[in-house]
Design a protein around this ligand. Structure first.
Ligand SMILES: NC(=O)c1ccc[n+]([C@@H]2O[C@H](COP(=O)([O-])OP(=O)(O)OC[C@H]3O[C@@H](n4cnc5c(N)ncnc54)[C@H](O)[C@@H]3O)[C@@H](O)[C@H]2O)c1
Length: 431
């Protein structure tokens, strides 16, 4: 099929290149001309494992191209995926101006039937408004369908998630749309759940809100573990072995960050409020997430006594491993808070330092994890990159000014580090 993706960020690029890999002819479009110019020269604006290679091979095979002309994208495709950003407004509401703009452009340029696939994360009833906007702006009364097809990929494993999804959700209301969208996803051979459009829209927000709830739940439990000296990883394991609970998303740490959970939770709470439903549970989830970082910060402060003039090493900046995404990254919050108290920060991240430099002007960025350990009063683990799990701790101990490790991701065995003479503090797990 001829497919266009409007919005070539994390979701748009991954979706576009994976659809090209399945044999479709794909155009990835974006209003950011600089981004498109770079992509045309094979400069991929984000780090996502395997993405650069997959883009290069699909461009070479002429299945994938890039354009900053939305007109070209609309004219040359029968299926248009919308994957533009839907950031938060100050009141938490989703900013849907990008979505409206795309809907207007589709109406302006379409010259026959189009299937519009809404993939960005949006509040319930957005597809209704997309339909209304297109219908109101169409000059000729061409037919079109709008389907809701929320995305569940995870940064860091996005290509794998596209190819092996647990399920594909599609909300639709016409037979033609059903045939087209199922034929696009058929090669993946994965369950496709067809629902009505509003249910599909709600599935995405409800899923992310539920996952955030699991994270906040175990983080609140971790605070209790800290108070009484229990081990939250043991508690989580014991809970997760119950099939009704499941082991995933029960890792205590610095709380959720990234471009999705905080924004989607805000948007879900906001739309619920607008619809007259006071979703108190989710408000508490959000509050717990904020508290978790404050709790961790207090732990750092308590163990250093005075933060002022101390040098702190921070390993990991991205909001999670295998990505360079810094949006709502706990590390950024922590570093800013510690700098405010007068600390000097040395940091290292395998992939996110280029993006972090403009945000953290006073941080000393190091060439590797060991350089970030040299001469620091305390080492904080803020992102659980695999390479931090394999450090040589005899070497680390020699480099640190004081053998204090505060592990915001619980990646180390407290007993092993204590045996080497470290003071180890985890999250709900202090050995
Ligand atoms: N990143 C994730 O892990 C993830 C996962 C699932 C769903 N989502 C959702 O997918 C959507 C996109 O997220 P992302 O992380 O890819 O965002 P992103 O910021 O990386 O990319 C969005 C792109 O859309 C472009 N854009 C914005 N307005 C445009 C317009 N009017 N016309 C053309 N291009 C436009 C921007 O220039 C940008 O390149 C969001 O709604 C997000 O919540 C993201």
């Amino acid at each position: 099929m001829n497919i266009s993706i409007i919005g070539s960020g994390y979701v748009g690029l991954v979706t576009g290149v994976c659809l090209a890999e399945l044999g479709n002819k794909v155009i990835c479009a974006d209003s950011d001309a600089k981004k498109i110019k770079g992509l045309k020269k094979n400069i991929v604006p984000i780090y996502e494992p395997g993405l650069e290679e997959l883009i290069a091979s699909n461009v070479k095979n002429k299945r994938l191209k890039f354009t900053s002309s939305i007109k070209e994208a609309v004219l040359k495709s029968e299926v248009i995926f919308i994957a533009v950003g839907t950031p938060s407004l100050e009141n938490g509401e989703a900013d849907l101006t990008g979505i409206e703009n795309v809907a207007q452009n589709i109406a302006k340029y379409m010259d026959g039937y189009r299937l519009i696939v809404e993939k960005s994360t949006v509040p319930v009833e957005t597809c209704f408004w997309i339909k209304k906007t297109i219908a109101a702006n169409l000059k000729n009364k061409y037919k079109f369908d709008v389907v809701s097809n929320p995305e569940f990929l995870k940064e860091g494993s996005a290509i794998n998630d596209f190819n092996y999804p647990d399920r594909i959700i599609v909300g639709l209301e016409s037979i033609k749309a059903r045939e087209m969208i199922t034929s696009i996803y058929k090669p993946l051979n994965k369950p496709i759940l067809i629902t009505n459009i509003k249910s599909a829209e709600l599935i995405k927000h409800a899923s992310n809100a539920f996952l955030a709830t699991k994270i906040s739940f175990i983080n609140a439990v971790s605070q209790l573990c800290d108070k009484v000296g229990a081990d939250v990883t043991e508690v989580a394991r014991g809970m997760g072995l119950d099939n009704r609970i499941g082991k995933y998303f029960l890792h205590a740490g610095l709380g959720y960050g990234g471009s999705c959970f905080p924004k989607d939770l805000d948007a879900f709470i906001n739309i619920a409020d607008k619809l007259g439903v006071d979703f108190k549970l989710l408000k508490a989830v959000r509050q717990t997430n904020i508290q978790q970082l404050e709790f961790f910060l207090k732990k750092v402060k308590n163990s250093l006594w005075m933060v002022k003039s101390k040098t702190i090493g921070v390993l990991g900046l991205s909001f999670k491993p295998n990505t360079d995404d810094l949006r709502n990254a706990p590390a950024i919050y922590l570093i800013r808070a510690l700098e405010k108290e007068g600390a000097k920060i040395k940091a290292y991240d395998p992939k996110a330092m280029a993006k972090a430099k403009p945000l953290l002007k006073n941080v000393v960025f190091c060439k590797d994890a060991y350089s970030a350990c040299r001469g620091v009063d305390c080492l904080i683990i803020a992102t659980e990159w695999n390479e931090f799990k394999e450090l040589d701790f005899v070497k680390v101990k020699k480099l640190l000014r004081r053998p204090l490790i505060i592990d915001g991701r619980n990646i180390y065995d407290p007993a092993a580090l204590q045996a080497l003479g470290f003071t180890y503090l985890g999250v709900g797990k202090n050995g």
